[in-house]
Design a protein around this ligand. Structure first.
Ligand code: UDX
Length: 440
């Protein structure tokens, strides 16, 4: 099939590349010429395991190309994926200006049947708006052309996005006409071994499914985080509780890990957007307000623990920080807990040396060359002169450290672990003070 993907951000680039990998011809459009240059020169603007090789392979095979030309991109694909950003407005609702601009361009330039597919996470009702602006543009040109608008939310996890796209748990298709449904089924057939994984529903339900999935996952995390804090007070161990409840198949083990808060480009934004949608429709989802509040508070938890140990005045103190990314296998620091921790430590007068396997470039972009934040080239090197180690991201390379080496390198033998990476008794055997989340 011939496919256009509008937007070469995270979702667009992964989707376009994986669709090309299955043998489709894909043209990706971005108005950011610098991004398109990078891609045309064989680079990619994001960090995602396996993606660079796949982009190069498909470009070399002639199935994947990149452009800044709107005319070319509209002419190219019968399927037009909209995968542009939907940044939050001041009030937290998703800003649709890029989505609607993309739809308008399609209406302005199309000359034959198009399936316009919303891949970006967009509020319920967006497909109707997309349909309306295309119709407006066609009317302005005085032409009548057939088109379908489909909602096809993505469920990609950063760090595992290529795999998630190639081997999806499910493909949700919100569509209301047979022609579009047939084309979408055909498109996804090679990705699924079993057709039950394609779930066709009405457009609004598909739009809401995406928010419901992310909000449910965020809810599990905030629930576990608050329970961990309670366990802390009660002298119970959240790790035991996690195993104890996860073994109930109705609960399950996934996404039950307490920590120093969830971040990233999806959960915080989607939870907020769903809260706004619910309020606008006078049907509040009260739980989600609590989920969001609990998460904001949880991002400060390590700071509270540090304050409880050393007091408010940390002038002259220096902290080692392991992990900057909001989670492992990505360099993404959007809404990352590390940012709250770094800024909090600064506020109390302390300085920081950070180590992250891939996110240090991103951190420099965010914090500039602030002298209060230095970087180390290895985890152990970050500990030099530090009064304590603070862990915020559960990178694999932090999981089995040499505790003797840690103890020797630190000025004071103290670890604040925001991801519960270690067994408390084992850390303590090495003579280290250990503060984790809800562990005895
Ligand atoms: C998420 C959804 O998983 C994905 O389906 C959707 O399409 C986009 O949003 P992503 O943002 O890449 O993906 O991150 P995810 O792996 O879901 O983790 C989100 C955050 O939750 C991270 O900060 C992570 O550290 C935190 N988390 C996750 C926990 O604190 N505990 C857990 O048990 C799981």
């Amino acid at each position: 099939m011939k496919i256009t993907v509008i937007g070469t951000g995270y979702v667009g680039l992964v989707s376009g590349t994986c669709l090309a990998e299955m043998g489709n011809e894909v043209l990706c459009l971005d108005l950011d010429a610098a991004k398109i240059d990078t891609l045309n020169q064989g680079g990619i603007p994001i960090h995602e395991p396996g993606l660079l090789e796949m982009v190069r392979r498909n470009v070399a095979a002639g199935r994947l190309s990149f452009t800044t030309s709107i005319e070319d991109s509209v002419a190219f694909g019968q399927l037009q994926f909209i995968a542009v950003g939907t940044p939050p407005d001041e009030d937290g609702s998703a800003d649709l200006k890029y989505v609607l601009a993309a739809a308008r361009n399609i209406g302005r330039h199309m000359t034959d049947y198009k399936v316009v597919i919303d891949k970006s996470t967009v509020p319920v009702g967006t497909a109707d708006k997309v349909r309306a602006v295309i119709l407006e543009e066609l009317a302005a040109r005085g032409v009548e052309l057939p088109y379908s608008v489909v909602s096809n939310p993505e469920f990609l996890k950063e760090g595992a996005a290529v795999d998630d796209f190639l081997r999806p748990d499910r493909v949700v298709i919100g569509a209301e006409d047979e022609r579009a449904i047939r084309l979408m089924r055909e498109l996804y057939a090679p990705f699924i071994r079993n057709h039950d994984r394609v779930i066709v529903m009405d457009v609004r339900s598909a739009e809401l499914t995406k928010y419901a999935a992310n909000a449910m996952l965020a809810t599990r995390i905030s629930f576990m985080n608050e329970l961990a804090n309670l366990a802390d007070k009660l002298g119970a161990d959240i790790e035991q509780i996690r195993v104890g409840i996860g073994s109930d198949p109705r609960i399950g083990f996934h996404f039950l890990y307490p920590g120093c808060g969830y971040g990233g480009s999806c959960f915080p934004k989607d939870v907020q957007a769903l809260i706004r949608t619910a309020e606008e429709n006078s049907s509040p989802v009260r739980v989600l307000n609590a989920v969001e509040q609990a998460n904001d508070e949880q991002k400060h938890l390590l700071l509270h623990k540090i304050r409880a140990r050393y007091g408010d005045d940390l002038r002259g103190m220096h902290f080692a920080l392991w992990g900057l990314a909001f989670k492992p296998n990505t360099d993404d620091m959007r809404a990352a807990s590390s940012r709250v921790v770094i800024e909090g430590l600064w506020q109390m007068g302390a300085t920081v040396t950070a180590y992250d396997p891939v996110a240090m470039t991103e951190s420099r972009r965010i914090f500039g060359d602030d002298p209060r934040l230095r970087y180390a080239t290895a985890p152990i090197a970050a500990l030099a002169e530090a009064d304590a180690l603070v862990i915020v991201t559960e990178w694999k390379e932090f999981r089995v450290p040499n505790f003797e080496q840690i103890k020797a390198a630190l000025r004071q033998p103290v670890i604040f672990d925001g991801r519960n990476l270690y067994t408390p008794s084992q850390v303590r055997e090495h003579g280290l003070e250990y503060f984790a989340i809800g562990r005895r």
